[in-house]
Ligand binder design. Structure first.
Ligand code: ATP
Ligand code: MG
Length: 345
């Protein structure tokens, strides 16, 4: 092995995560991902790299004008939620070409069977897989590239992304093994907190998603207080009172979802929440939950709306972030090309 491809098994603690501009941010994205991105930024023990993954968004059809707007609004959401562009690298994926370049290498490392097993592929492609985009199938290889192009060691995500992170580890292991190197880290998923899987307000068996056709299924970060209260009031529940202990939430997915949301917003454990609200009917609990949700979300939505008036500032932040990201990604891509045997790298 020549000097240039010598690698090390110790990696700088570095966090990477991304959100698709495939619609507006939801409460699920906030509690399962963004709020925790902010915590990891402020903890101070990691370099933090956060991305608007626009190349992922186009794996299903996106209207170009809406995509542009959603990307800027997502950037406003990151900042309003507490991501500081002076502390974290904040950018949109398409502006750092190394993501797509490494994804191609990973398309050649990952196996078809790995991709076809992914539940997100099965859910999103639905019954008509032949008509889904090739990008939707290859999505996890691009996601592995997003993470590994920074040699990221930790990836905070919601529960739904666990399978893709396992695949990321498999890609790193297979690449390292096939080329006899110790070049890519085996990334740790960070799936923590009371709201790692926020469910649809209309169907307790389905994840809340920004691309769900039903707006009533989710709370958007841009919803006003009345809309939030109305959606929570109409949220599907069962007729029983809330239990006093978490065992009592078993087989009650809708009840568990609302309690989890409350716990995550209040930064309390589910047990502590139930100690307070156990015995209450939903007619009493829902207004309390709405009030807390409005209290926590309205400062963020107000700040998002303000930032959206300053498009030049958002574009400047994204372009500076992309420059910083490129500085990390370029040497890692170059080394990958050397390892793989590309002349000129
Ligand atoms: P889409 O429907 O377009 O896939 P999405 O709402 O699933 O959108 P993504 O951009 O795919 O959002 O995911 C961004 C991050 O938010 C990921 O870390 C994902 O795990 C997390 N996340 C998404 N939905 C939820 C949810 N309902 N609960 C907790 N975390 C979630
Ligand atoms: Mg998703």
């Amino acid at each position: 092995m020549n000097e240039a491809v010598q690698t090390s098994s110790t990696f700088t603690p570095r966090v990477f995560s991304g959100i698709q501009p495939s619609g507006g941010l939801t409460l699920g994205n906030y509690l399962g991902a963004m709020k925790r991105f902010v915590d990891m930024q402020n903890e101070g023990s990691f370099e933090t790299v956060y991305c608007m993954v626009d190349l992922h968004a186009i794996t299903v059809w996106q209207d170009p004008d809406k995509l542009r707007r959603a990307t800027r609004e997502l950037c406003a959401g990151f900042i309003a939620a507490g991501i500081d562009p002076n502390k974290s690298i904040l950018f949109n994926q398409s502006q750092v070409a190394e993501h797509a370049q490494l994804a191609w290498i990973f398309n050649c490392v990952a196996r078809m069977g790995w991709m076809q097993r992914m539940t997100q592929w099965k859910d999103k492609a639905g019954k008509n897989q032949q008509n889904a985009s090739l990008g939707l199938l290859a999505y996890p290889a691009l996601m592995a590239a997003d993470i590994l192009i920074y040699h990221a060691t930790h990836v905070p995500v919601g529960e739904d992304q666990k399978q893709h992170l396992e695949l990321t580890r498999d890609v790193a292991i297979k690449f390292n093994h096939d080329y006899g190197v110790d070049f890519f880290p085996i990334t740790e998923p960070v799936i923590e907190g009371a709201a790692t899987r926020v469910m649809s307000l209309r169907d307790g068996s389905k994840k809340m998603s920004k691309s769900d056709p039903s707006d009533a299924s989710r709370i958007n970060m841009t919803d006003d207080a009345d809309t939030i209260a109305k959606k929570i009031r109409k949220a599907k529940t069962d007729p029983d009172a809330l239990p006093s202990e978490s065992d009592g939430l078993e087989d009650r997915p809708e009840a568990r979802n609302l309690v989890n949301i409350y716990a995550a917003l209040a930064e309390q454990s589910v047990e502590d929440v139930l100690r307070d609200v156990g015995g209450k009917q939903f007619s009493e609990f829902k207004p309390i939950l709405s009030e807390l949700a409005v209290e926590k979300l309205s400062p963020i939505s107000t700040e998002m709306a303000r930032l959206m008036q300053e498009q030049d500032e958002i574009d400047r932040i994204l372009s500076h972030g992309a420059e910083q990201a490129r500085a990390l990604a370029a040497p890692i891509l170059k080394k990958t090309y050397e390892i793989v045997g590309m002349v000129g790298a």
